[in-house]
Ligand binder design. Structure first.
Ligand code: ADP
Length: 159
């Protein structure tokens, strides 16, 4: 039985995140999505909201659960009994930062393997940051996120 974890800030979950989670759920027996509690970036949604939004998005995937976490991702992986950390790769810029992180994680926890799934072409240019910017400026975001996330975004922005 191989359990994997997919960590991120998911502020909020996008179709790009969902694509990676769905594909990882097909590769591993169990997937725990780890919602990072306090990332070094300003957040629109609380940890509780981010967990709820992702949970609803993966409700149909029976081998996926969503949990918040603090501290090091490798410690969360070990605590969850996950042998694998899954990350999504969009562009060359993602690669550079993911490569660095991978090296550091490997140094801290050599027993945890890290697997990278290349983003679907449709989601290559989708980031939670850009999504929030577009939503904030009144652009259409319905094709980029699950319906309940689009609703939550509109509510947050008072639309
Ligand atoms: P974002 O970069 O959207 O703010 P996170 O920091 O929460 O998202 O990223 C969590 C993981 O999801 C990272 O591995 C990131 O590379 C990946 N990811 C983010 N957006 C996409 C996307 N559109 N397609 C594939 N993977 C993605």
């Amino acid at each position: 039985m191989i359990r994997a974890t997919y960590p991120g800030s998911f502020d909020p979950v996008t179709n790009g995140h969902l694509d990676i989670a769905t594909r990882a759920a097909g590769l591993f027996d169990e997937l725990v999505v780890g919602v990072y509690d306090i990332p070094q970036k300003s957040l629109m949604f609380s940890t509780k909201e981010r967990v709820e939004l992702f949970s609803l998005a993966v409700a149909k995937l029976k081998n996926v659960k969503v949990a918040p976490y603090n501290g090091l991702t490798v410690d969360f992986a070990k605590k969850m009994g996950a042998k694998v950390i899954v990350r999504g790769l969009r562009s060359a810029t993602d690669f550079e930062s993911e490569f660095e992180m991978n090296m550091m994680n490997k140094h801290m926890a050599p027993e945890v393997e890290q697997v990278f799934l290349v983003s679907d072409l449709a989601f290559q240019f989708l980031s939670a940051r850009l999504l929030k910017e577009v939503a904030n400026l009144g652009g259409t975001i319905d094709h980029l996120v699950p319906q309940h996330v689009a609703q939550a975004l509109r509510q947050k922005l008072g639309r």
